[in-house]
Design a protein around this ligand. Structure first.
Ligand code: GTP
Ligand code: MG
Length: 326
């Protein structure tokens, strides 16, 4: 039987990005139809992000120098298959160079602006050309929330694996349970960069706390006791870039403030929290292994090594391949 592998975790942690890497590395990339869909999502991302930044700048009372551009953008709605008209791409370019928009970008996560948005906005003139050919890097940076469970069979080393990618928002999670039978392994994705963020679906809840609680539930779920458990602590790149300016101790009072800029210490702090959350519960089975990787799912080169190690472990059954850290 083909091993069934569930990719679980809270929303925006990088689950679909991991599946995209599997397609890039093991399926010769994406089909023309998929590329077309991704192109549409990419243009959606540009418009949605710059619009959120304009709204953030207005909320922060930062003065936008060209209000005509801002108004044109706020009034613009994208049709289902539409290219972005030239007057809007020009307005986006000008707005991106506006000091008020840059100020909003600095605190954009507070307004749920994707951290990867600059990857597209800064190149809007180029990527909005009808003949622009999407790269795999573009596809990995696109944000499109998963709302239906996606099953994908991928042949790796001559063996077929069935991967299931789910939506991670709270409202999506009840749909996971029917898939919990005969699960060979769980790839649980948690974003390290979430420690200073709140949930989109409930702004009273810290995303890292939500992710820890979700992990504990999954690790101890009675239907998943025989499944291998691999934890990806993802968005390592963003985590490393943000800890100096956004002190962990402000969000986790049990974190030593003198180590706020220490990436190694900070990573190990969260690693321990995840390990602890699966050891303290009633179903906690001390013999059960948990394999942890710190990852940047958007980086194909580093993910190639990690994915190979994970697949190798799954193929060997014992999940004891070199490259895992515990
Ligand atoms: N910088 C950076 N961005 C990442 C990384 N992993 C994922 N992303 C970006 O984070 C965003 C969310 O990733 P997704 O893979 O869509 O998240 P998801 O877990 O599938 O989210 P849902 O479908 O809502 O459950 C995308 O824009 C990705 O490009 C990473 O390691 N580093
Ligand atoms: Mg997804």
């Amino acid at each position: 039987m083909s091993p069934k592998i569930l990719i679980l975790g809270s929303s925006n942690s990088g689950k679909s990005t991991l599946l995209k890497q599997l397609v890039i590395l093991h399926c010769n990339g994406f089909t023309a139809d998929q590329n077309l869909r991704f192109r549409h999502y990419m243009l959606d991302n540009v418009v949605d992000s710059i619009r959120a930044l304009v709204q953030a700048a207005l909320a922060l009372k930062c003065e936008i120098s060209n209000m005509d551009d801002a108004s044109a953008l706020l009034a613009y709605t994208r049709g289902s298959a539409e290219e972005i008209p030239e007057h809007i791409t020009k307005a986006i370019s000008r707005l991106w160079n506006d000091r008020a928009i840059r100020a909003a970008w600095q605190v954009g996560e507070r307004f749920f602006v994707q951290r990867t948005a600059d990857f597209f906005i800064s190149r809007v003139d180029q990527i909005s050309q009808p003949d622009y050919a999407l790269t795999n890097d573009d596809i990995l940076h696109i944000r499109h929330r998963t709302t239906q469970i996606v099953e994908m069979s991928i042949i790796i080393s001559g063996r077929t694996f069935r991967f299931f990618d789910v939506g991670g928002q709270r409202g999506d999670r009840k749909r996971w349970i029917p898939y919990f039978d005969d699960v060979h392994s769980i790839l649980f994705i948690a974003s390290l960069a979430d420690y200073d963020q709140v949930l989109v679906e409930d702004t009273r809840v810290n995303r890292m706390i939500d992710s820890l609680a979700l992990f504990e539930t999954i690790f101890n779920h009675k239907l998943l006791q025989n499944s291998g458990m691999i934890l990806f602590l993802n968005k390592k790149d963003l985590f490393e870039a943000k800890i100096a300016d956004s002190p962990i101790s402000m969000f986790f009072p049990d974190y030593d403030p003198s180590k706020n800029k220490d990436v190694k210490h900070a990573t190990s702090f969260f690693k321990k929290k995840f390990k602890k959350s699966c050891m303290e519960t009633e179903n906690g089975n001390s013999k059960r292994q948990l394999y942890i990787h710190t990852t940047t799912c958007t980086d194909t080169k580093s993910m190639q090594f990690i994915i190979n190690a994970v697949i190798d472990g799954i193929l060997k059954g014992a999940l004891k391949s070199a490259g895992y850290t515990l």
